[in-house]
Design a protein around this ligand. Structure first.
Ligand SMILES: Nc1ncnc2c1ncn2[C@@H]1O[C@H](COP(=O)(O)OP(=O)(O)OP(=O)(O)O)[C@@H](O)[C@H]1O
Length: 273
């Protein structure tokens, strides 16, 4: 098995890649999202947090093209876009790793990575090219996968998450959304997955990570966006947010001076209050 050099494309960091303004989404009588704003830059990890029912999944699915917003603006690379279905999201360069990972247990790592996007050489699949690309992707994530020719059923939870994240990189996206990537993982595997998130940031990707785990969020994100009852409740620079402040913002006990100041500070340059 050949291992080629680790070519990792690094994009310009700091530019706004994805921007959502005033997003609204209603399901029948339920107003799931009300005037939600979200911005993600290249080389930035934004954690999306909130209690059950806060609207995180609805927002992720709206960005992923699964739902169409009732109102609001989505801009990708500064251009207003309509994310017309999951294929439209993929075409724009928005990849999503959903919680169920949607891996085919009986297929090997290579087959899972390129499911539906197989490389062809004339009428036959180009296994050599796919295997080479599989190793390149896994190495770009510093992933610990022993072989790309074993069925994913034999992999650990962390390795399965690794394969799902590597698969999201096929097609060279600019935005990667991770829905609860460490749910149900042990301590070591969680650390492994958080390392992958760091690698995504290093590659200049804009990363949105949904998580209930405040320790994970604080370990790996640059910014934390809190949703509550379908609205923006607070936003923090991660290094400025204490766990107490986060919990207060999530639960709604944030209508106190400390959390409001933190939220204001996150939205303004230093010294500008
Ligand atoms: N397809 C749907 N049909 C009807 N209501 C929905 C649908 N999807 C979400 N909702 C409702 O929208 C609101 C937001 O739900 P959402 O799943 O986005 O929250 P969440 O923050 O992801 O919660 P969790 O952490 O439990 O996954 C909830 O009141 C939910 O019941």
């Amino acid at each position: 098995m050949s291992v080629i050099e680790n070519e990792v494309p690094v994009r310009g960091t700091g530019e706004v890649v994805l921007s959502l303004t005033g997003i609204n989404k209603r399901f029948g009588a339920v107003q799931a999202l009300t005037d939600v704003d979200l911005t993600v830059r290249a080389g930035e990890v934004v954690a999306l947090v909130g209690d059950n029912g806060a609207g995180k999944s609805t927002l992720v699915k709206t960005i992923a093209g699964v739902y169409q917003p009732d109102a609001g603006l989505i801009e990708f690379d500064g251009v207003p876009v309509t994310v017309a279905g999951p294929a439209g999201a993929q075409h724009l360069g928005i990849a999503t790793v959903f919680q169920d990972l949607a891996l085919c247990d009986n297929l090997d790592v290579v087959a899972n990575l390129f499911l539906g996007k197989e490389h062809h050489l004339g009428p036959v699949m180009n296994e050599v090219s796919m295997e080479r690309e599989a190793w390149r992707l896994l190495r770009s994530l510093s992933a610990k996968i022993p072989s790309v020719r074993i069925p994913v059923a034999g992999l650990s939870g962390g390795q399965r998450q690794t394969v799902a994240i590597a698969r999201s990189l096929v097609g060279d996206p600019k935005v990667v959304m991770l829905d609860e990537p460490t749910a149900a993982l042990g301590v070591a595997q969680t650390a492994e997955v958080l390392n992958l998130v760091e690698r995504l940031r290093e590659q200049g990707l804009a990363v949105i990570m949904v998580s209930h785990n405040m320790a994970d969020v604080q370990a790996v994100s640059d910014r934390i966006v809190v949703l509550r009852l379908g609205r923006n409740a607070a936003e923090f620079r991660t290094e400025e947010a204490s766990t107490d402040q986060l919990v207060a913002a999530i639960t709604g006990a944030s209508d106190n001076v400390v959390a409001q100041r933190a939220a204001r500070r996150a939205g303004h340059p230093e010294g500008e209050q």
